[in-house]
Design a protein around this ligand. Structure first.
Ligand SMILES: Nc1ncnc2c1ncn2[C@@H]1O[C@H](COP(=O)(O)OP(=O)(O)O)[C@@H](O)[C@H]1O
Ligand SMILES: [Mg+2]
Length: 297
């Protein structure tokens, strides 16, 4: 059995597993910041690789955190998720995770009146319709990304003039569903705002910017993240999104990623699986997260 997994049953403390992956066995910085607050509340926390041999029933609660390979091991991860959630409480819950896995949820949110980047949603088996091509060709720059992805995996920008054909796009996406999206230049010029929610309530925000010459804000590609105080109007718009998406209010954690364009937020993602929560960049955020965990145990 994995070292992080084995506990000491004689201590009779409540136990929580913070789920990570093989590429980050010590968990993320945010998770490590929460540990002392959990310990102070009498909860023993272990950071455990989801794919390690581990009897998860020894935990009172399993929390998905830095399982950052889930999109690369889709079937395996989903199998683990469903099996494990049958034997031990898991947050965020499986129904929420499965809903959030596929970026087609953005289409549902758009139908609720939430502003998203102009998007054509393509199922692997369907052709892009003529009307959709007209829309795509009207955009100067385009981003193509798989419906199930993370960390900007297989996220490709194209100039309109060099856009591949439908068949080429499908080959690139290996027959999986994908999104063709208008490129939002404000991500490069202003950055992407992450609004972090803990137990359904707004906690803090972060501004993520790409490195010069890149459009991806992720740390993996040289992107930066800094503490950010949104305007009252921005918080109000984030709250409107949070209020419209029932999963936000029900979940232990959530991150709403958005970019301001022409004075209004454009929703990029509602992250309910394994978002970096940037707890070190929000005053009291690590303690708030620990309290929220304890409340759920
Ligand atoms: N329409 C877009 N316009 C500009 N940049 C984009 C667009 N879509 C994605 N990106 C960039 O690619 C990154 C990854 O895309 P995103 O939709 O956030 O998926 P994920 O975080 O799941 O990989 C974003 O953080 C952003 O930097
Ligand atoms: Mg993202």
């Amino acid at each position: 059995m994995d070292g992080a997994c084995a506990g000491d049953p004689s201590r009779k403390m409540k136990r929580v597993a913070l789920i990570t992956y093989a590429g980050l066995l010590d968990g993320g910085e945010s998770e490590r910041l929460v540990l002392p607050y959990l310990a102070a509340a009498g909860v023993e926390a272990s950071i455990v690789d989801w794919s390690a041999a581990c009897d998860f029933t020894q935990f009172n609660l399993v929390i998905l955190r830095t399982c950052w390979d889930y999109h690369l091991r889709g079937t395996e991860f989903t199998g683990w998720l469903q099996r494990t959630a049958q034997t031990v409480p898991m947050l965020n819950d499986v129904e929420t995770v499965l809903w959030n896995r596929n970026k087609f949820y953005l289409r549902e949110l758009q139908a609720l009146g939430i502003r998203i980047a102009p998007t054509v949603f393509v199922r692997g088996s369907e052709a892009i319709q003529a009307e959709e091509w007209r829309q795509i060709r009207s955009w100067k720059k385009i981003v193509v990304k798989p419906a199930v992805s993370a960390t900007a995996h297989k996220t490709w920008p194209f100039e309109s003039a060099t856009l591949p054909s439908g068949d080429e796009l499908k080959n690139k996406m290996q027959g999986e569903p994908f999104l063709v999206q208008q490129f939002i230049p404000e991500i490069e010029t202003q950055g992407e705002i992450s609004f972090i929610y803990i137990d359904g309530a707004y906690s803090h925000a972060v501004l993520k910017r790409p490195a010069a010459g890149d459009f991806r804000v992720q740390k993996d590609f040289g992107g930066s993240a800094e503490s950010f105080v949104p305007s009252a109007a921005q918080i109000e718009q984030a709250q409107a999104i949070a209020a419209a998406v029932k999963h936000v209010g029900d979940s232990l954690y959530c991150r709403i990623d958005a970019v301001e364009k022409d004075g209004k937020l454009v929703l990029m993602e509602v992250e309910l699986i394994e978002p970096e929560l940037f707890l070190g960049l929000g005053d009291g955020a690590a303690e708030r997260f620990a309290i929220a965990i304890v409340r759920r145990m």
